[in-house]
Design a protein around this ligand. Structure first.
Ligand SMILES: [Mn+2]
Length: 351
């Protein structure tokens, strides 16, 4: 055993103890992830929530969902998903609000009002943030998922991780790493995943529910998005889109479209890609992805969005065409800014 094993203190050890104290002192606890929740937002909410209920059975611990909408169908198999309460319908003033997987207040949607009524606020997150809104913050942009941080916290303060907690957290890691295929799939994510599987998480069930249970209507929409993929900048930039009428025609809901950007990303030779989805309110949601070491978070930030180097997003007011006119030149400039492609492909990842 080398000294690293002996000194295995997480970077946020002080914060973890402070958070445990806040939980100890609280009677009413509300936990909430970001709006339009993905597998990590829900997995870290439910994983943390179920673990805290196990340890503190007499506390009033509520699992919130930021929007006044049900959780996406593919995540409803997670234990506790049927107990998610839309934040707009939560009327209590919690002693403690725990935000997970969310870097800014307004991404908490209806949860923002609950934060303002809370006595204390804690944040576990892995997105870069411009400013903090919580009293105690665990923010590690190098962590693959917020679920990694929740697993680390629970282990460090000795709160037990049962099979249901482990499956929720593993769902967060599997989805945020794109099934361990993105640049953020680092040794820590595999190590924590291994620990969670040992604790009873069921990776086959997660894969079945999240990736092998698409509705045929969705797959037909996917084929339309695929047929529209266009390449620019010598094939280094790809984009495609889905219009509101496409979603209506195929009967696909917005929350089912999260995987469509990966279809665009999968084209050989593409370094950065953009998938646009027309919303019903005259706005367009843009999803950006990068392969290799290019950083698309700056482009998202230029449109007041956010995210990571390899995966980021933004909302634009206008049509699909307006958004393409605004965003494509930035994507082309980004790939053109890198002359030595070979060197880039070998650079250490920065996700
Ligand atoms: Mn996340």
């Amino acid at each position: 055993m080398d000294s690293d094993d002996l000194l295995d203190l997480p970077a946020y050890a002080d914060e973890y103890w402070a958070i445990l104290d806040l939980i100890d002192a609280a009677e009413k606890v509300a936990i909430c992830g970001h709006t339009s929740p993905d597998g990590d937002a829900l997995g870290s909410t439910l994983g943390l929530g179920l673990a805290l209920r196990g340890r503190f059975p007499s506390k009033d611990i509520t699992f919130l969902i930021a929007d006044d909408a049900p959780a996406p169908r593919i995540y409803r198999f997670l234990a506790g998903a049927d107990e998610l309460v839309p934040a707009a319908r939560y009327t209590a003033d919690p002693d403690l609000f725990i935000a997970v997987d969310c870097p800014v207040l307004d991404r908490l949607a209806d949860g923002e009002a609950v934060v303002r009524r809370a006595d204390k606020v804690v944040c576990f997150d892995h997105h870069p943030a411009r400013e903090e809104f919580a009293d105690v913050v665990v923010r590690r942009p190098d962590a693959a998922a917020a679920s990694v941080l929740i697993a680390e916290f629970l282990s460090f303060v000795n709160i037990s991780i049962d099979a249901a907690v482990a499956s929720s957290l593993l769902c967060g890691i599997v989805t945020d790493t794109g099934r361990f295929q993105y640049q953020n799939a680092d040794p820590e994510s595999f190590c924590v995943a291994s620990m969670l599987v040992a604790a009873g998480a069921d990776p086959a069930r997660i894969a079945l529910e999240v990736y092998q249970s698409q509705r045929l209507e969705y797959l037909k929409l996917e084929s339309v998005v695929m047929s529209r993929i266009r390449l620019v900048a010598d094939g280094r930039v790809a984009y495609s889109y889905a219009r509101a009428v496409d979603l209506a025609e195929y009967g696909v809901s917005h929350d089912e479209c999260d995987g469509l950007v990966d279809i665009v990303r999968s084209v050989m030779g593409v370094e950065v890609c953009l998938f646009l989805k027309e919303l019903d309110n005259g706005k367009v949601r843009g999803n950006l992805r990068a392969k290799g070491a290019l950083d698309v978070s700056g482009i998202a930030a230029a449109f007041n969005g956010g995210g990571h180097a390899a995966a980021a997003g933004f909302t634009y007011e206008g049509t699909i065409e307006d958004t393409l006119r605004a965003a494509l030149p930035m994507l082309i400039e980004l790939v053109d800014s890198v002359r030595d492609v070979e060197e880039l492909a070998c650079a250490p990842n920065e996700a």
